[in-house]
Design a protein. Structure first.
Length: 346
């Protein structure tokens, strides 16, 4: 990492001042927003200029760090092959509970009350690295992701590398994606998707399209063919959508799309009720959205592959999409694959 930026981050950390450092996908520029006081800024309508950190709960206020004080440096990616995640030891005590929850979800789907629901679990680990070292490792390992480190003494410290765009908008137009399905990436072997995975992706894409149609005419929404999207050592199914440029209506679009069916489910309300009733942990910022907003551009991402950092313990958040074809053992293993990928940088 750039020596100046590294020193600046250490100074902000030691002085307990709020900051967020991030790199957008496929870019070689690191951006730092920071504060010179500890005020906690909130936005209720996303009409702000800065980096927003929206929680999963759509009824909660959205904290943000203003872009009043900014540093930008070039980041030379020192690409590292994905670290061996096979040696990562995870907690399996929640396996029985998670599998039982998957079965409950399948029963609810069979009863016609749900089509898909995303269930998550947490993994608590320790790390002998500093959070800045973890952040730098994420930057090197995930050049195709939105990689960030967020810190506010009144909110906590979060980090992540998310592959999923939420809303991107410039004067030329806006974009979002539908993302589902997860497999291990093999350079020499393209993924072979199961019926469960392709059907799940179709459900997610259909819901995103329906959400957009509540705000835009059908002929203003363009949908791509579904393709593969790599994220570190994982690969997903992805469908891109284009729609008109935002015109002061970012909040309305965010309300319509969040939570996306890739992190909530279908139908939305029923899936959220199921999650709220049955998940034991508070998702907090996991599966919310985050990113920089200015008066002219929006770059928001769904907060996947993320964790909350404290010096004593790191909490990782991972999930899996449950449909009628889901196998409880395989869904549990999918959450472990995702957790190991993130845990290997710790």
């Amino acid at each position: 990492m750039d020596a100046f930026l590294n020193l600046k981050l250490k100074q902000l950390w030691e002085e307990k001042l709020p900051f967020v450092c991030f790199r957008l996908p496929n870019q070689n520029q690191l951006t730092l927003y920071f504060q010179k006081d500890t005020q906690l800024h909130y936005t209720q309508d996303l009409k702000c200029s800065g980096f927003v950190m929206a929680p999963y709960d759509a009824n909660s206020n959205v904290p943000f760090i203003p872009d009043q004080f900014v540093e930008k440096v070039q980041f030379k990616n020192e690409f590292s092959e994905d670290l061996d995640a096979s040696e990562v030891v995870l907690d399996t005590r929640e396996k029985t509970f998670f599998k039982t929850l998957v079965k409950k979800a399948k029963d609810t789907i069979a009863a016609g009350k749900l089509t898909k629901v995303v269930l998550s679990q947490t993994q608590k680990l320790t790390s002998n690295k500093s959070i800045l070292n973890v952040f730098e490792e994420l930057l090197n390992r995930y050049p195709l992701a939105m990689v960030y480190l967020w810190h506010h003494p009144q909110v906590g410290t979060w980090f992540g590398a998310t592959p999923e765009q939420f809303i991107s908008s410039q004067k030329e137009g806006s974009q979002t994606v539908a993302l589902a399905g997860t497999q291990i990436y093999h350079q020499s072997k393209p993924p072979r998707w199961t019926k469960k995975e392709t059907e799940e992706q179709a459900l997610v894409a259909l819901q995103v399209e329906q959400d957009l149609r509540t705000l835009f005419p059908h002929d203003q929404i363009k949908k791509s063919e579904t393709s593969n999207q790599r994220a570190g050592n994982l690969v997903h199914l992805c469908t891109h959508f284009q729609f008109p440029a935002l015109n002061g209506n970012l909040f309305e679009v965010a309300q319509a799309l969040h939570p996306t069916p890739a992190v909530g489910g279908v139908p939305k309300a029923a899936a959220q009720d199921f999650i709220q009733t049955h998940e034991l942990h508070n998702r907090s910022f996991y599966t919310g959205f985050l990113g920089p907003i200015t008066s002219t551009t929006t770059q928001l991402f769904v907060n996947l592959r993320c964790g909350r950092w404290t010096p004593e313990e790191v909490t990782l958040y991972v999930g899996a999409g449950i449909t009628a074809q889901s196998d409880p053992d395989k869904e549990w293993e999918e959450t472990l694959r995702k957790a190991k990928t993130l845990a290997s940088v710790l």
